[in-house]
Design a protein around this ligand. Structure first.
Ligand SMILES: *Cc1c(COP(=O)(O)O)cnc(C)c1O
Length: 389
């Protein structure tokens, strides 16, 4: 298939860059062409019609690879597969290296588990202080509000907890812990995806948190603006306005995820006065390339989203086919520096296995010292002398 016929078809990175990477295109409907607009734009319809089975995915993508078909079989028993109809329209069924396909369609390689990998790669279990409440860093906690998402990213660091369809009881036990620990000034509500909660339920959790005087800021982590943008209506975004200072972090890994639909969802949130950030995961064949990453961060800024972190892919069981060396992430950040807007550049972080915590791995610019000077490499690669004082 030619790029001209299908805006999502990818031939080479260059072609991709000129055609669709920089453009906000609408998803189109593909095999869903006969669905009424009122259904398509209804997030509950999108959720009811998710693709979660082997026969379901085969119907939409008849040309899956052997590895994908094998992966789908394993996934339906283990960490589920799920894709919203909307998300399937962003996927190129003719190209197995489609970056969305890599993120959401399981592969047989998921059954390969290396010795260093584990089901709890960040070592969160010992820091679970109440059910679904993780207190790893001194002044902030992570509150998991529910266990499901519209779509399952194959490298999900909380794969052990998600895809089971529980809505957690966030109640007295968790709130009491936060109330008693006056050092907690930042509560991060995540999951699963908190934007799948009924609006009333989400608002009531935020209200309870806001009653606690020492909670200065609230954060929500959600991928809904990417996987189910229909969920974020203007009124939904406005319902979050009263909880300011409330920050939202999304997760985007590839510029094709930023469509007209997701841009609108993000626009509603930004218009409601909510600062937006993005976390990416460095993934082989998805964004381990500086031109892809540059296009991604530029599109994010156009959506009023500030790139926050680029994560090294965690040592999660069955993800070695998605991981690239840490050095690659450092190189990408180094290539962005000086060549784009300073605040377009995320911080590259590694969540050290076994609970070591998030740690930045920045490029090294100081090459040595010479008397009263530091030898510094600038963004063009030139080593220059800079007075120490
Ligand atoms: C990532 C994370 C946070 C938030 O970390 P920031 O660096 O402040 O964004 C808090 N708690 C846990 C358990 C986390 O994994």
């Amino acid at each position: 298939m030619k790029v001209k016929d299908n805006p999502n078809a990818i031939e080479t990175v260059d072609e991709l860059l000129c055609h669709s990477l920089k453009r906000f295109s609408s998803s189109g409907r593909g095999v869903w062409a006969n669905v009424a607009d009122s259904d398509w734009n209804d997030w509950r319809w999108q959720m009811r019609n998710r693709i979660t089975t082997e026969s379901g995915i085969r119907k939409i993508f008849p040309n899956l690879t052997e590895s994908e078909l094998g992966g789908v079989l394993i996934a339906t028993q283990r960490f589920s597969m799920a894709l919203t109809p909307y998300l399937t329209t962003l996927i190129d069924g003719q190209n197995s290296s489609c970056p969305l396909r890599i993120q959401f369609i399981p592969r047989k390689e998921e059954s390969v588990v290396s010795q260093q990998e584990s089901h709890d790669p960040c070592g969160e279990e010992p820091y679970t202080v109440a059910p679904n409440l993780i207190h790893r860093y001194p002044d902030r906690v992570l509150l998991l509000a529910l266990s499901h998402c519209p779509a399952y990213c194959r490298y999900c660091t909380r794969g052990r907890l998600v895809s089971q369809n529980h809505v957690y009881q966030i109640g007295k036990e968790q709130l009491d812990y936060i109330k008693e620990h006056t050092e907690i000034r930042d509560v991060l509500v995540s999951g699963g995806d908190p934007f799948l909660l009924p609006e009333k339920r989400l608002v009531s959790i935020l209200k309870e948190l806001r009653k606690i005087p020492h909670v200065e800021i609230i954060r929500i982590g959600t991928r809904v603006p990417i996987t189910l943008p229909q969920r974020v209506s203007k009124s939904f975004a406005e319902a979050l306005r009263p909880f300011s200072p409330l920050f939202i972090n999304i997760q985007t890994n590839h510029p094709l995820e930023l469509t007209v639909e997701s841009k609108q969802a993000l626009g509603y949130l930004a218009d409601a006065g909510i600062p937006l950030g993005n976390q990416s995961v460095l993934l082989k064949g998805v964004n381990d390339d500086v031109s892809v990453m540059a296009a991604l961060v530029h599109k994010l800024l156009m959506c009023r989203v500030r790139p926050y972190y680029l994560y090294q892919c965690d040592m999660l069981s069955g993800t070695s086919h998605l991981r690239v060396p840490i050095e690659r992430g450092v190189q990408i950040i180094r290539s962005l520096r000086g060549n784009t807007t300073g605040f377009a550049i995320p911080e590259f972080v590694v969540d050290i296995p076994n609970g070591g915590g998030k740690t930045p791995i920045p490029p090294v610019y100081v090459m040595g010292e010479k008397e009263k000077h530091l030898l510094i490499q600038n963004f063009e690669g030139k080593v220059v002398l800079c007075p120490k004082q």
